[in-house]
Design a protein around this ligand. Sequence first.
Ligand code: G3H
Length: 254
Amino acid sequence: HFIHRFKGLTSIEDQIEKRLNIKKAIIVPGNANEDPMVLREIGKVTSAYLKSLLRPNTVVGVTGGRTMATIAEEMVEDTTKKMNITVIPARGGLGKDVEKQANTIAASLAKKLGGSYKLLYMPDHISKDILTSLYEDPHIRDAMDFVQKIEVLLFGIGRADKMASRRGLSQDKIEELIQHSAVAEAFGYYFNKNGEIVEEINTIGVSLNHYKELKHIIGAATGVEKAEAVMAISKLNPNMVLVIDEGLAIEILK
Ligand code: G3H
């Protein structure tokens, strides 16, 4: 039975890779919308895959959200190997929920990997003027510059409408995004279904150009409602490794 199921998923993985034109798809059995254990499994599988990419001195960037928080929770602690990994949030803060902020996730991942972390002390929405002043602080500047060194990026994929309201955008702004056909959000950018930028959040973090040049990128998502968002994000860089649940994979292939 297991072999059968395994074979089935391998074929879905192949189909997803071809359909989305990405390097690799890892599909976790089950439907995350119906079974909360599926998200846990995504956490286990993604954290193990991330580990397999690490080399001495690798700089890892992470974003926020529930999926990323679960990946950090499921990461198996490994402090024996001294690989000098640095984990840095790929973005500024996210709302009020501290457990799901990129800073918190970067810190807990770094601890589990026996590495170190850097934090970005700033909210999501911040004016260019304030950003320029913050940059004068040596600690903040150090972290902001360090973002450029990210080699492996682990990130969550969200629906534009959900992420806009979670990030506390005004109703007008949310409607504007929808009117401009935003369907996806990832690392602070909103995209339409062709993977074109609709809006960029005015804060520091991985730029889209940096993202497009990365060789090691892992996007993780669950839930059928994210199908359109995942398809849009897959257009940005063919090096993407996508970890999703079977339910979402089937929705994408429809
Ligand atoms: O950018 C998208 C979010 O990181 C997705 O967050 O994992 O809580 O759905 P989530």
